[in-house]
Design a protein around this ligand. Structure first.
Ligand SMILES: Nc1ncnc2c1ncn2[C@@H]1O[C@H](COP(=O)(O)OP(=O)(O)OP(=O)(O)O)[C@@H](O)[C@H]1O
Ligand SMILES: [Mg+2]
Length: 153
C-alpha cells in the first residue's frame, strides 16, 4: 500500500531521514515509534507531500507519487491526516472550523453550516457540537473535529 525506498530529508545541514525504507501492506495498521525529534513526523509529512525529500521514492498503491526529486502532479491518491497538535482555531465555532476552507472560498453560510454537520456525522459527532468552541469539547472530540476538517475537502 505504501512503499518508501531510500528516503532522505535534510533541513539545512541537519540530516533527519537517512535512507528510510518502509513497506506497509494494505489493510494493516502500523505505528512509527521513536524518540522525540527523531523524524517520525517528518517522515509522515514527506508521505503526505507537505515536505519534499531530497532523495528517494514514495509509492502508494504501486503508483510513484515521489521520485527523481519531485512529487507527481495531479496525483489522485487521497490521504486522511490527523495532526499531532489540534488544528482547530480557538475563536471559531466547530462548524466554522470544519467548514473553514469553504468559508474562505466564499461559499454561503447555510451551505457551510450544513456541510459541517454532514462531515461531523461521518466521524461520529452529533450536531449538538456544531455551535460549541473547541475548548468546550473533549480531547477526543477535538481530534475527531480536526479529522473531519481535514479529510473531507
Ligand atoms: N520544518 C522544519 N524545519 C527545520 N527542522 C525541522 C522541521 N521539522 C522538523 N525539523 C527537525 O527534524 C527533527 C525531527 O522532527 P520530527 O518532528 O519529525 O520529530 P518526531 O520524531 O515527530 O518527534 P516527536 O515524537 O517529538 O513528535 C527535529 O530535530 C526537528 O527539529
Ligand atoms: Mg512528531
Amino acid at each position: 500500500m505504501i512503499k518508501i525506498e531510500n528516503l532522505h530529508k535534510y533541513f539545512e545541514n541537519k540530516k533527519v531521514l537517512n535512507g528510510v525504507n518502509l513497506d506497509i501492506e494494505e489493510g494493516t495498521s502500523s505505528v512509527i515509534i521513536g524518540g522525540s525529534g527523531t523524524g517520525k513526523s517528518v517522515l509522515i509529512k514527506c508521505i503526505l507531500g507537505l515536505l519534499t525529500p531530497e532523495e528517494g521514492k514514495i509509492s502508494i498503491k504501486n503508483n510513484f507519487i515521489f521520485e527523481n526529486g519531485k512529487f507527481k502532479k495531479n496525483s489522485k491518491i487521497k490521504i486522511g491526516m490527523l495532526f499531532q497538535g489540534g488544528a482547530l482555531f480557538d475563536s471559531l465555532r466547530i462548524w466554522q472550523n470544519v467548514s473553514f476552507y469553504n468559508i474562505q472560498n466564499g461559499k454561503n453560510k447555510k451551505f457551510c453550516f450544513e456541510d459541517a454537520i454532514l462531515n461531523l456525522e461521518k466521524v461520529g459527532l452529533s450536531k449538538d457540537v456544531v455551535n460549541l468552541y473547541p475548548s468546550e469539547l473533549s480531547g477526543g472530540m477535538q481530534k475527531k473535529s480536526c479529522f473531519s476538517k481535514g479529510y473531507f475537502h
